[in-house]
Design a protein around this ligand. Structure first.
Ligand code: SF4
Ligand code: SF4
Length: 69
């Protein structure tokens, strides 16, 4: 059931605080080289929306991926 959720990070708004990385229970997110959060293991996302809720800068949105096929 890969790809049920899609985590979208707005790099312009991300200030690199790392909260989303710390709170994600599935280690979906990592800090990138430029100190911006990046979605690394999208397929592990369970859609809990912690990242979205904890991000102080509203830089993350968790979308329900559209059903394909
Ligand atoms: S919705 Fe939950 S599992 Fe998915 S990236 Fe955010 S914190 Fe991690
Ligand atoms: S919580 Fe928000 S501002 Fe902080 S690293 Fe994650 S996306 Fe960037």
């Amino acid at each position: 059931m890969a790809g049920q959720y899609k985590v979208v990070i707005n790099e312009k708004w991300c200030k690199g605080c790392g909260l989303c990385v710390a709170f994600c229970p599935k280690n979906v997110l990592v800090m990138g080289e430029r100190l911006k959060a990046e979605v690394k293991y999208q397929e592990n996302c369970i859609g809990c929306r912690r990242c979205e809720n904890y991000c102080p800068d509203f830089a993350i949105i968790v979308e329900e991926a559209e059903r394909v096929g």
